[in-house]
Design a protein around this ligand. Structure first.
Ligand SMILES: Cc1cc2nc3c(=O)[nH]c(=O)nc-3n(C[C@H](O)[C@H](O)[C@H](O)COP(=O)(O)OP(=O)(O)OC[C@H]3O[C@@H](n4cnc5c(N)ncnc54)[C@H](O)[C@@H]3O)c2cc1C
Length: 308
């Protein structure tokens, strides 16, 4: 094993939790490496505007991610993105991470920050029209629907905030939600309800997507009456939650029934020297601030473990 492939800590995932862990570890003069299978920033880069991150009144997720990345690197943290982790050995004093490009890194501690991904509706036609009328990211695809009539599915904070952001482009946004109430902050509900371009179809769900080359219509079932109607639409944005990216770690790391990593208050997992932070862990609220807080605790706990 090459000496320079050994780190004090390896962080898997470069979202806000992982980047914060990298900042704290490197600033404590520990040799830290962050690995990400995608681009740096995680879910933050899908967010057009973050208005609730203290100290940055309003900032794009992409910008915030770049600042965090720059900050981590300025302290000496090494970041590798667009890599694929092939194998992990987390037990034992020396951990190892092998990548599909042949690199193997070893470390004395690991911090898992793999976050989560969008949940799909899983109904007929959804796979056929992904990118052809169906999207999971307002920031990425909103512009394609300028002047169009679209549907936003979901009733949480992301759904309502993103539906409002889509009104910058779309002529009309119909929010389809399965319950008769929303699971979002009051201010997000108010903003959506008061928006002239937004209307609501409550207690309903999409049961099928139809079209030829592109999406043209959806079947919407009223869950109260059981009646299904066909609605013409130019596009559907789906914001119905996430699935933790933990499948890869399930053989070793303790997960709960939702696939979330079980952590103690110091962010330690069931494996000695292995910590976890952010959206992939078992917790109620998932925000950039909570990911950042978890990443801080995980890094400080790992530092303490390394000192001992
Ligand atoms: C549309 C949208 C809008 C949002 N708006 C806001 C907002 O306004 N304010 C707010 O505070 N929060 C917002 N959030 C939530 C916030 O973005 C997340 O809570 C936060 O990004 C979670 O951080 P994380 O570091 O835990 O995980 P993530 O951001 O999900 O990052 C995880 C990273 O790990 C990588 N990864 C996963 N598996 C592996 C693997 N096996 N190997 C290597 N790398 C891996 C991923 O590629 C990803 O880059 C929003 C989320 C979305 C989707």
């Amino acid at each position: 094993m090459e000496e320079n492939n050994h780190y004090d800590a390896i962080v898997i995932g470069a979202g806000p939790a992982g980047l914060t862990a990298g900042i704290y570890l490197s600033r404590a003069k520990l040799k830290a490496l962050i690995l990400d299978e995608g681009t740096v920033g995680g879910q933050m880069v899908l967010t057009h505007e973050i208005a609730n991150y203290p100290g940055a009144e309003s900032i794009s997720g992409y910008q915030l991610a770049n600042i965090m990345k720059k900050q981590a690197k300025s302290f000496g943290c090494v970041i590798r993105s667009n890599i694929s982790v092939k194998r992990t050995e987390l037990e034992g004093e020396v951990k190892s991470i092998s990548l599909s490009d042949g690199y193997t890194y070893t470390s004395d501690s690991i911090i898992l920050t793999p976050g989560g991904r969008s949940r799909t509706l899983g109904v007929p036609g959804e796979d056929n029209f992904k990118g052809k009328g169906i999207s999971y990211c307002a920031t990425c695809d909103g512009d394609f629907f300028t002047g169009k009539e679209i549907i936003a599915v979901g009733g949480g904070n992301s759904a309502l905030e993103e539906a409002v952001s889509l009104t910058k482009y779309a002529a009309k946004v119909t929010i389809v939600h399965q319950f008769d109430h929303f699971q979002a902050f009051e201010h997000a509900i108010e903003e959506a309800k008061n928006h002239p371009k937004i209307n609501f179809v409550m207690e309903s769900t999409i049961t099928a997507f139809h079209g030829n080359e592109n999406l043209e219509s959806v079947d919407i079932k009223n869950l109260k009456t059981g009646k299904t109607s066909n609605f013409r639409t130019d596009g559907v944005f789906i914001f119905i939650g996430y699935i933790p990216n933990t499948e890869f770690f399930k053989e070793n790391v303790e997960l709960n029934k939702w696939g979330e990593i079980v952590v103690k208050s110091d962010m330690s997992t069931n494996i000695k020297g292995v910590y976890a932070a952010g959206d992939s862990t078992a917790k109620k609220f998932r925000q950039v601030t909570t990911a950042v807080a978890d990443g801080t605790i995980a890094a400080l706990s790992a530092s303490e473990y390394l000192r001992s």
